[in-house]
Design a protein around this ligand. Sequence first.
Ligand code: ATP
Ligand code: MG
Length: 383
Amino acid sequence: MKVIIIRYSEIHLKGNNREFFESALISNIKAALKGFEYDFSRTNGRYVIRNFDETRLDDITDIVKNVFGVHSLSVAEEIDSDYGEIKRAALLFAPAAGSFKVSTNRADKRFPMPSMKVSAEIGGEILEKHPNLTVDLFNPQNVVNIDIRENGKTFVFSQIIKAVNGMPVGTGGKGIVMLSGGIDSPVAAYMMAKRGMTLRALHFHSFPYTSMQAKQKVLDLAKIIKKYTLHLTVDVVSFTEIQTVIHEKCPEEYMITIMRRFMMRIAERIAKNNNAGAIITGESLGQVASQTLESLTSTNSVATLPVFRPLIGFDKDEIIEISQKIGAFETSILPYEDCCTIFLPKRPVTKPRLSAVEKVESVLDVDALVENALANIETVAID
Ligand code: ATP
Ligand code: MG
């Protein structure tokens, strides 16, 4: 019978937390495979999927290899631990060309042949059927693995499909990711989900200055991110009033600095309302005027929660590479305006002094503006 073996990573390092991590991983795999029929079981530090529709094999492995916490997968034949059966299965996995070796693990000492002997005999059987192959014990191009389990069953497999690794979502606390329509913030979301964070997204739009398509683009990005976060809700907050008031009352070179402080205040309030313990942004040091150390300091100073900036040390090229890998890039580069680009000053301050920023901001009724924004949140559950 064809089965899928799932191996997990890092989790075994966690001692007493192992149960917590494993139950998160299992429920995440099951959530990712929603709609598929299969049997799932847990054995010897790995999971096995059986009785699935074999025509969907590639779909299932593609999904599972993207679940954080999964280290690798193998598609295996599971058979009775019987020499004839093992031989039949091993021949199925014989490579078409090149070098190979057979590697045997005998957990069931009742099996009458020692592992070295199984490898040698099965290797011989493969060579006999495929005389074009060569055996290479030290640096083989292909390995046929035979795993003789305690329960009287044996797994035979050759390919090991690398998965994403990381930590299971749900084991790393909860964060609010500030999601714009750009390239960076979806990547930042992915990076934190990879470390096990449960995410909720926050998007600011400035309707009617920004279009409905701009908002839809962010919801489309959220849908892509949800593949990795498994669950995702987006709070859409109107930023129009705040932007308009800042534009009217503050010197234009401080526009972005002050906007970002409002975004951060609102993010923190939403975090607290949702029991989240961190705020995540897609900022990268020096990328634009609002991402200098002084600008980040000015934004940070209104937050009390930790602000995670997983891309802080990344070049744009590196961010784009991940964006492409996670399937967000094509959507991120669609042209719709972000709320940050309206009323954009020609010469933003690049090194705002905190005292100057606070002075400029003091003409605004900050609390009332924040409350107004929070009073009209549109919450969208991504499915
Ligand atoms: P991105 O590619 O993520 O849009 P960016 O390079 O355009 O980032 P900024 O516009 O300075 O940089 O935004 C920095 C970060 O602030 C973003 O990565 C995002 O986390 C947050 N942010 C910016 N605009 C918005 C918005 N409209 N709604 C929510 N968060 C935003
Ligand atoms: Mg942007």
